[in-house]
Design a protein around this ligand. Structure first.
Ligand code: TRP
Length: 457
């Protein structure tokens, strides 16, 4: 058995909370949440999202952290230790594989954000541009294989460098610098956005719920978004939880992470949605291109847009980096614990795999016609990876994790873990009820729904 010095541990409770919040806060909050909200009708979607975070996200997060801290191991090792000689280790393996898979396509988009930072700095958006021109700039950027693969490679290297530094001297140290930067940039940009002409209409759309807009599809999107945004369902929180000290209160830490993640998502909507009204765009028509197509043309129209544009893409890159390091850390901790590899070797191996798997996704925006529209399924490689890994696999993972703590490892064991060192399990009864009866059932129903309708988040 390795001691905790070799595995690594957080230096303090704040260290864990920042690193876990860094994992949770990412492209999911700043890029996906605003356009999902815009597409799904605004305030009503936001409300449902918050309900899912509290009723499903928080309980599953407490479960993951408790598993990790009790086992002091990566997801595969943790399931092996808590349920010896059973098939549960497969859930851990699914998690490790999903993590590398998500890392591979997530780094593609993260790479674009770096590319767009460079483009803004070099003045590509300094003169007024129309939506069409902006779209053309985007398509030629992502359709260029050298850009697409080059920036992917660059981003994988960034994550690798941080993770190589280890838990406290790499991940914790970097997130302590990056998270405040992220927060300051976000606040500055939001203030700019809500003071633009016509921002008021955007605020109404964002804050006044219209419940007629809620459909089964919206419910599915809200849950999927909550799991993805909180980094649940694949053992990222098991891994980060395995480095927590015994004296920390798991419930309070998990509460902070959910709170910060939700706050940042909501503020991101506040930053982006009013800006759409500024240029007279209907939010419903937005989509994944929002951030890369619509925003540059808005920045070009704004006084001081050059600075805000550069700040915005830097913000996205920083947020993405604190997430990619958690995705990489899951697989690295697996190799370190189970295969006794040195951290540096494990990082090199896993980043290489993520890079190679990322290439089809990187080429799926025009650089390769084959990967842009795969035969039969008629989807791009990145979209396909996101549906299988970012939606299906995380939903299955979150379902199995709640079943595991509720019926295999047992609610009592979670209580024992949370209450170690005389900590109090706040809302423990509520948690136990949710994780036994509500989480698995709700997740299951929504999963069946997305399979049957073929709709994905
Ligand atoms: N939560 C991150 C985001 O919102 C993405 C992410 C990082 C993630 N680690 C994860 C998602 C683990 C699922 C599982 O962008």
């Amino acid at each position: 058995m390795q001691n905790s010095q070799e595995r690594g541990a957080w230096g303090s409770r704040m260290g864990f909370v920042l690193a876990a919040a860094g994992s949770a806060i990412g492209l999911g909050n700043i890029w996906r949440f605003p356009y999902s909200t815009a597409q799904n009708g605004g305030a009503a979607f936001v409300l449902m999202y918050i309900i899912f975070v509290i009723l499903i996200g928080l309980p599953v997060m407490i479960a993951e952290i408790a598993i990790g801290r009790n086992a002091q191991l990566n997801p595969v090792g943790a399931f092996r230790k808590l349920a010896p000689r059973s098939l549960w280790a497969i859930v851990g393996m699914l998690g490790v594989a999903t993590g590398i898979g998500i890392l591979s396509y997530y780094s593609v988009i993260a790479g674009w954000t770096v590319g767009y930072f460079v483009k803004t700095i070099s003045g590509d958006f300094s003169s007024l541009i129309t939506q069409d021109v902006s779209k053309h700039i985007f398509e030629s950027f992502v359709g260029n294989p050298y850009n697409a693969i080059g920036y992917l490679f660059m981003f994988v290297i960034f994550s690798a460098v941080v993770v190589m530094g280890g838990v406290s001297r790499g991940i914790e140290r970097w997130t302590k610098i990056l998270m405040p930067v992220l927060f300051i940039l976000l606040i500055l940009l939001t203030v700019r956005s809500v003071t633009l002409p016509n921002a008021g209409e955007g605020l109404v759309f964002y804050f006044k719920p219209d419940f007629t807009k809620i459909t089964a599809g919206t419910v599915g999107s809200a849950l999927g978004q909550a799991l993805f945004s909180l980094s649940l369902g694949m053992g990222a929180m098991i891994t980060y939880g395995s480095y927590i000290l015994k004296k920390d209160n798991i419930v309070i830490s998990a509460g902070y992470v959910c709170l910060f993640d939700t706050m940042i998502a909501i503020i991101s909507g506040l930053m982006i949605i009013p800006a759409l009204y500024f240029v007279g765009l209907e939010p419903e028509k937005s989509g994944p291109g929002l951030v890369f197509v619509v925003l540059p043309s808005i920045f070009a129209e704004m006084p001081g847009g050059f600075i805000f544009g550069a700040g915005f893409f830097l913000l996205l890159s920083v947020a993405a980096l604190t997430s990619t390091i958690s995705l990489l850390e899951v697989a690295v901790s697996y190799l370190v614990d189970e295969w006794k590899l040195k951290r540096v070797k494990a990082v090199i191996l896993m980043s290489m795999i993520a890079f190679l798997f990322g290439i089809p996704s990187a080429l799926s925006f025009g650089a390769s016609t084959w990967f842009t529209k795969l035969p039969i399924i008629n989807m791009g490689a990145l979209d396909l990876a996101n549906v299988i890994l970012g939606n299906y696999s995380l939903t299955i993972g979150a379902f199995l994790i709640s079943i595991f703590v509720a019926y295999k490892w047992g609610v009592k064991s979670v209580f024992k873990e949370v209450e170690s060192n005389n900590n109090i399990f706040y809302y423990g009864k509520f948690w136990a009820f949710m994780v036994r009866f509500i989480c698995p059932v709700a997740i299951f129903i929504i999963f069946v729904y997305i399979i049957v309708t073929g709709e994905y988040f």
